[in-house]
Design a protein around this ligand. Structure first.
Ligand SMILES: [Zn+2]
Length: 64
């Protein structure tokens, strides 16, 4: 169970606080690293992972 002191309200949702920069996040935005939560930017810094979500054109899949 997450420690309540590490939760905040962000965009109307309860969610964790980034353990690295203190940003409030929603659970959807947070990325767990061991027992810590990180925002996407910190996750990339901490893990030196880079985004693999470069634009990829998928035909026949309309998304609006
Ligand atoms: Zn952060």
């Amino acid at each position: 169970m997450t420690d309540k002191s590490r939760l905040g309200i962000h965009e109307g949702q309860i969610g964790p606080i980034c353990d690295f920069c203190g940003s409030r996040l929603t659970f959807g935005q947070s990325i767990p690293i061991d027992s810590d939560f990180a925002c996407f930017d910190c996750y990339q810094e901490v893990t030196s992972a880079s985004s693999s979500t470069e634009g990829k054109v998928v035909t026949g899949l309309p998304m609006k």
